[in-house]
Design a protein around this ligand. Structure first.
Ligand code: ATP
Ligand code: MG
Length: 281
């Protein structure tokens, strides 16, 4: 059952319709909306209000957006522009106040919390800012946490956690506690944890915040490799250099999308790494 979702991560890259269209477009990198059949995420005129007593914060003001399967989107914008609000909704941690959110064609905008939790567990990996690892728990156990809510047995859990750690290059750190790892390694454990249930989409809110620039590019290398394998990736970043590793950049301002463009000369993180000095491990 779950295996079918993971296949996408291991498969060879599929042709992405959006990119094909762009290559033939002489007028430049303007985003074309994917067709319904190809959209894994479809957001339609979403608003999100936060009511605080007398005042109401209008965090999302009519956002419409579609992301194709195999897309890699970077979301940018100044502080308070609504990026995390959108990510939390896309990650099924929150619901819109109005408008619709279709995830793989299913309208999830009206689902109850428990139903959202089920969808989240099956389809979504979420990397939170600041790692969010449990301190007294090893890398392997931290990675395995989301599997506790699935029906798989203990051995399979350990096997999948080891597999996810290997995918982020941390097979040799399985028994380390967070305090025994660098910031970049902790972030990689957080990514492994987001991958362990073999999601169709990976959401990451500032996955390279607080990391040095080489480590940030290493994280982008992992994301590009996963994306090449078919995983859809949506991340928030404040850094234009990091956003350039995505296929598409969306800029938010005041709760609205102000810019939505494809990245024309996208660097490969693996190439950039070759030009950066290595730090001692
Ligand atoms: N739980 C909440 N209750 C009330 N207001 C909120 C809540 N969460 C966010 N907001 C408000 O909604 C707006 C958008 O916040 P959001 O966290 O989405 O911004 P952001 O773009 O992620 O900013 P940053 O780059 O600083 O992380 C802000 O004005 C914020 O103060
Ligand atoms: Mg935020």
């Amino acid at each position: 059952m779950v295996d079918s979702m993971f296949e996408g991560v291991m498969e060879r890259p599929k042709a992405v319709v959006l990119d094909q269209a762009m290559l033939q477009d002489p007028s430049g990198p303007v985003v074309r909306e994917p067709s319904d059949a190809n959209a894994v995420i479809r957001v339609e005129d979403v608003h999100r209000y936060y009511d605080l007593g007398e005042t109401r914060v209008h965090a999302l003001r009519g956002v419409s957006l579609a992301v194709e399967r195999g897309g890699f989107v970077a979301i940018m914008g100044s502080s308070g522009s609504g990026k995390s609000t959108l990510m939390n909704m896309l990650g099924c941690l929150d619901r819109p106040s109005s408008g619709r959110y279709l995830l793989e064609g299913t309208d999830v905008s009206k689902l109850e919390k428990a139903e959202l939790a089920v969808i989240r567990n099956r389809k979504i990996g979420f990397v939170f800012q600041g790692f969010n690892l449990l301190a007294r728990t090893t890398a392997l156990e931290n990675t395995a946490l989301p599997t506790l809510y699935t029906p798989i047995d203990k051995e399979e859990r350990a096997r999948r956690a080891a597999e996810a750690l290997a995918m982020v290059g941390l097979a040799n750190r399985a028994d380390h506690y967070p305090s025994q790892m660098s910031g970049g390694q902790q972030q990689r454990v957080a990514i492994a944890r987001a991958l362990v249930n073999r999601p169709a989409i990976l959401f990451a809110d500032e996955p390279t915040g607080n990391l040095d620039s080489r480590t940030a590019v290493e994280i982008m290398d992992i994301f590009q490799t996963l994306n090449d394998g078919g995983l859809t990736v949506v991340m928030v970043t404040h850094e234009p250099d990091v956003a350039q590793f995505a296929k598409r950049v969306i800029v938010f301002r005041d709760g609205k999308i102000r810019k939505d463009e494809c990245v024309s000369a996208r660097p490969r993180a693996s190439d950039v790494l070759k030009t950066l000095p290595t730090l001692d491990d």
